[in-house]
Design a binder for this molecule. Sequence first.
Ligand code: GDP
Ligand code: MG
Length: 660
Amino acid sequence: MRKDVRILLVGEPKVGKTSLIMSLVSEEFPAVVPYRVEEITIPADVTPERVPTHIVDYSEAEQTDEQLFQEISKANVICIVYAVNNKTSIEKVTNHWIPLITENTDKDSRVPLILVGNKSDLVEHSSMETILPIMNQYSEIETCVECSAKNLKNISELFYYAQKAVLHPTGPLYCPEKKDMKPLCVKALTRIFKVSDLDNDGILNDNELNFFQRACFNSPLEPQALEDVKNVVRKNLIDGVHYNGLTLKGFLFLHTLFIQRGRHETTWTVLRRFGYDDDLELNQDYLFPPLKITPDCTTELNHNAYLFLQSIFDKHDKDRDCALSPDELRDLFDVFPYMPWGPDVNNTVCTNDQGWITYQGYLSQWTLTTYLDVQRCLEYLGYLGYSIIAEQESQAAGITVTRAKKIDLQKKQTQRNVFRCNVFGDMASGKSGFLQAFLGKNLERQKIIKEEHRSYYAISTTYVYGQEKYLLLHEVFPDFDYLTDADMACDIVCLVYDVSNPYSFEYCAKVFKQYFTDSKTPCMMIAAKSDLPEVKQMYGCSPLEFCRRHKMPPPQSFTCNSAAEPNREIYTKLTTMAMYPHARLRCMCTCNRCTFCLCQNLLNSELLQTVRTKLYAVVLRRHIIQEDLTSSSFWLRASVGATVFAVLGFVVYRVLLKIR
Ligand code: GDP
Ligand code: MG
C-alpha cells in the first residue's frame, strides 16, 4: 500500500484554489485569502483512507513556471480548478492545463486528474454539460465535482475523491469508452475466481463466497446480503447465477457494477488481497516473501503445504483416476501466467501407463522444486493462492528449512525427508536408465522417451524402516572439467559402470579418487546392465577389489532391462545410506526379513528406546549419588553402551529364536 498521497491544485487565478484549501482545513470560508497557502499535511488518522495526505497550492503570482513544473511532476493527483461562473477558466482546462500537465509528467506514470468546478453558490445551473464531453475525451480524468468554498459544499468529498483516485485508480480497471473492464483486470479477476472456486465446478457457492468474503474483507456476508448480491446478478444477466451460485460471468459482472457505481475500492481490495499491484501484476513482495535459508540446510514442504497441494490435485483430478491428464494439468496451471511444467517433468516423476503424472509424481515434482529452487516454489504457491486458501501469513509458512547437515552428522540423526543422490558415470554407462528405472520404467518404456524431453533428475519415494522418504537422483554430466561444487554436494554418491564395457569402470575410479576419497559422503558402486555378459574391466584392480580397498559396499548389480518394473531395492538401500551415512551397514538390504533388518527395526523400536533411556537414567542416578560423574563420565557412557548391547544381544537372540 502507498505511503502517502500528494494532491496539487492548479487553475486560473481567482478561481478559488486557496479558498478551497482553507475551507477544508478551518471548516469555514475565509474572508481574506493570501495568494497561496503553504503545503499542508493531513495526518493519516483523520483521512478517510488512512494515509497521510499533502495538499499543495499554486499561485501564478508567487511561483515561477519552473516551480509549477516541479510540483506537477511530484504530484500523485492533480485537481484542475475552474470557477463555474467563469467561461474562460473552463476553456483553459483543455487548451492550457491538460496539455501542460501531459508535457510535464512521465508517459508511463499516469497522473489522475480531477476537474473541480468551484463557486457553485453563484450560479443556478450546473457546468456538467460542458464538462462531460471533456471527461469523455481524456481518460486520465478520474472524476469531476462541483463545489463551493463559500458554503462548504462538497469540499471534503473533493479531497476524498482525490485520495481515492491515487489509492484506487479506475484507469487500470476500466475503459470508459467501452464501458467495460480492461482485459488485464478481467484476467486477474478470473484467476481470483478460479483460486476461490475450491471444488472447481465453475460456480462460487455460498460456502466459497463466504470464504472469499472473509479472506478479502475479514467478515462473512450476511445470508440476506448474499441473496441480494445474487439477485442483482440474476436480474441483469441470464447466466450469472447457476445452481444458486455465482458463475465467472456473474462474478465479473458484479465487479463491473462496483466500478461503474464508483465503488472500485471494493474491486481493488479484492485484487490487492490476491497479490496484485497498481499495474495489475502480481507483486514481487507477494510472490517472494522473505525466507531465511542458512548454508548447509535444505528446503522441504511441510505437512500443511502438502495438504494444500493435495487439495489442489483433488480439485483438478476430475475423473478421479489419481493422475492428471494433459487437460487436467492445463486447468491446474490456468492460474499461472505461464505453464511451469514442461514435458521433461513426465520423465522426472512417476507417471501412469498413459504417461500422465500420478498423484505421487505430482507431489514429487513439488518436492523437487522446493529442494532445488525454493524461490520458484514460493512463486508457484503464490499463483495457487496458498496464503489465502490455507490461511497462512505467506507461502514461506509452507516451507521447512532443515537444520544444517553438519549438525545432523554430529547428532547422528536427521529429520529430513528429502535426500539427494548424485549419479556419476561415463557416457552410456547406464545413468539415465538407472534414473528412469526409479520411476518404474523398464528399458522398453524408456526407449520411447524423446531426446528433448529427457530429464537429468528423477524423484520418487522409498520406504526406510517404515518411513516414507523422497530420494532425488541427479545425473551428473560426465565431463571432468565441468564438475562443480554443486555436483559434489549430495547425501550419497552413485558411481555407475557398464559391466559389458571394459573401459567404463575407469571413469568411476577416477571420479572417486579425485573427489570422494576423503569425503564424508557415502558412495555406492552400481554395476549396470547386469543382464548383459560381464567382461573384465581394463583397470588396475577389479571393481570388487576397488570397493573393498576403499571401504565401500561391493558393487551392486543392476538392470533396467526387465519384463516388469525394474527392481526398486537398490533405491531403498541408497536412501538408507543417505539417512544413516555413518552406520556401517554390513548388509545393505532393507528387506525387513533378514537378521540385519530385524535388528535394525528392533534398535529403532519404541520399546527398546524406553528400555535404553531407563537404563541410562538408572546408571546416571547411581553415579550422581556417588558424586564422581565428571571424572568418570566417559567411562560411564562406555559402560552404559556395553550394558545396552549386552541386553540387546539377548533380546535379539530371543526374537530370532522365536521366529525360527
Ligand atoms: P485562487 O487564486 O484560485 O487561489 O483563488 P482564491 O482562493 O484567492 O479566491 C479568489 C476569490 O474568489 C476570493 O475573493 C474568494 O473569496 C472567492 N471565492 C473563492 N471560493 C469561492 C466560492 O466558493 N464562492 C464564492 N462566491 N466565492 C469564492
Ligand atoms: Mg491562490
